[in-house]
Design a protein around this ligand. Sequence first.
Ligand SMILES: NC(=O)c1ccc[n+]([C@@H]2O[C@H](COP(=O)([O-])OP(=O)(O)OC[C@H]3O[C@@H](n4cnc5c(N)ncnc54)[C@H](OP(=O)(O)O)[C@@H]3O)[C@@H](O)[C@H]2O)c1
Length: 255
Amino acid sequence: MSLQGKLALVTGSGRGIGKAIALKLASQGINIIINYFRHRENAEQTARDVESLGVKAEVIKANVGDPEKIDEMFDMIGTKFGCLDILINNAASGVGRPVADIDVKAWEWTMDINARALLLCAQRAAKLMEGRGGKIVSISSLGSRFVLPNYTIVGVSKAALEALTRYLAIELAPQNICVNTVAASAVETEALKFYFKEGLAKDSSQLTPAGRMVAPEDVANIVAFLCSEEAFMIRGQTIIVDGGTSVGLFALAGK
Ligand SMILES: NC(=O)c1ccc[n+]([C@@H]2O[C@H](COP(=O)([O-])OP(=O)(O)OC[C@H]3O[C@@H](n4cnc5c(N)ncnc54)[C@H](OP(=O)(O)O)[C@@H]3O)[C@@H](O)[C@H]2O)c1
C-alpha cells in the first residue's frame, strides 16, 4: 500500500534524527508536520527541504513536555487537517548527572519530555486516526537497557517509553494503530556532541561491529519501514539499530 498523500507529525524534526525521519517519510510522498521547541529556523529549513521533495510541510512550535502545548498542537492539526496517519515521537531532552545529583526538577523535565509526551501525543493522535488506522513510532536508545555514565534519568525515561510502547500497541490495536519503537546506539547529531562534551559518550565506531557509527538515516530507514504496511504484524516492539554493538559487547570488550 502506498504511503503517498498520508500525513505524519514528527516531533523534534528541526534537526538530527527527527529531520532525517521527516525527509525519509517525505521522500515517500508523505506530507509532514514539523514540530520544534526552541529553534524555529531549523524547523523552517526542514520544511523547505521537505517541500523540495514535492510534498507539503507545516511547522508547529510546541514543547512536548507541556500538556497544554501538546493540546494546542493537536487542536491546530485537527482544525487544519482533521486527521493524522503517522505520529513519530522523536523529540527528547535530558539532564546528564550522576545518581547522587538527580533532583526532582531534572527527573520531571526528562520524564515529561521523553516519556509522558508519548502518552499524551498518542492519546490525541489516536483520535485523529479514528476510522483510518495509523502508525506510532518512538525513538529510544540503548540506555534504556544498558547502563551508560550519567545517563540515569534519560535511560529510565527511555525504558518507560519502551514499556508504554507495548501497552499502546495492545490498547490501540483494535483501532488498527501499529505502535513500535526504534532504539539506536550513539548517532552523530547535536545531542551526541553534548554527550561527548559531558564525557557521556565515546567514539563508538570502534565498538560497532558494522564498522561505522549509526547515521540518522539508518534510524530513519527503519522508522519508515515500521510506517509501511509490510510491517503490519510488528507490534509493541523495540527494534535495535546499533550495527551489532549490543550483541557484541563482550566480544568487543578486549578491543
Ligand atoms: N544522538 C544519539 O546518539 C541518539 C541515540 C539514540 C537515541 N536518540 C534519540 O533520538 C531522538 C533524536 O535525537 P537527536 O540526537 O536527533 O537529538 P537533537 O539533535 O538534540 O535534536 C533534538 C530535537 O528535539 C527537539 N526537542 C527537544 N526538546 C523538545 C521539546 N520539549 N519539545 C519539542 N521538541 C523538542 C529539538 O527541537 P529544538 O531544537 O527546536 O529545541 C530538536 O529538534 C531522541 O529521542 C534521542 O533520545 C539519539
